[in-house]
Write a protein that binds this ligand. Structure first.
Ligand code: ZN
Length: 208
């Protein structure tokens, strides 16, 4: 079971994207969620944890969430996971919304990736992969045992992801948000931008 104290947030790049380094207890390895555009900070966090990086879990294919995935995967041998519907975004600067003006790292080239199944097993943890399209076709939220949700750009504290980029869809976003807000209230939400929240707090905000 994961605890919030096992998780470190690294705020990356011009869009202040939240990468998470997850170090489950009793292990010597770690996994990263959405390693964005700050390779030095991510390397420092991994080195500081004293662990090997076993996996990189992407919540979706936008550039600000994945620019460090290739260099980190190459230097660690970590497996990169992404939903099949967003895999094409790793190979396309337009579809991943790459912005050279604000980016330090370049988009990936030929990055090997594994499509998610219904669950993903990393570092002794089984995370449920919730397909939550709307922000992109292959957006997922990752639900760890211990009621911790990595919500990417689908659900934020006091907001949700935009739907006007490649593959975005308002009706799908509404369905995805309804499904997420039906999770247990105590679920801790760790979003792709901004502060953490809980499902109960977000439900109250929407009068549910
Ligand atoms: Zn995004």
């Amino acid at each position: 079971m994961l605890q919030t104290s096992d998780i470190r947030r690294i705020c990356c790049g011009a869009y202040q994207e939240n990468a998470y380094l997850v170090c489950p207890q009793g292990r010597t390895d770690a996994f990263a969620v959405d390693p964005g555009d700050d390779l030095p900070a991510l390397r420092r966090a991994i080195a500081g944890s004293g662990r090997s990086l076993a996996a990189i879990l992407l919540t979706h294919g936008h550039f600000d969430h994945m620019l460090a995935a290739q260099p980190l995967a190459e230097e660690s041998g970590a497996t990169v996971y992404i939903h099949a519907a967003d895999a094409e975004m790793l190979d396309d600067a337009d579809k991943c919304a790459y912005s050279p003006e604000v980016s330090r790292l370049r988009p990936p080239r030929g990055l090997a990736r594994v499509p998610y199944g219904e669950t993903v097993e990393v570092c002794g943890q089984a995370l449920r992969v919730l397909h939550t399209p709307g922000h992109s076709r292959g957006s997922v939220c990752l639900l760890a045992e211990g009621n911790i949700l990595f919500s990417g750009d689908t659900l934020f504290c006091a907001g949700y992801g935009r739907t006007d980029l490649h593959g975005g869809d308002d009706a799908q976003m509404l369905r995805s948000l309804k499904a997420l807000l039906a999770l247990p209230g105590e679920t801790v939400v760790l979003p792709g931008h901004g502060p953490a929240t809980t499902i109960a707090a977000e439900r109250r905000r929407y009068g549910l």
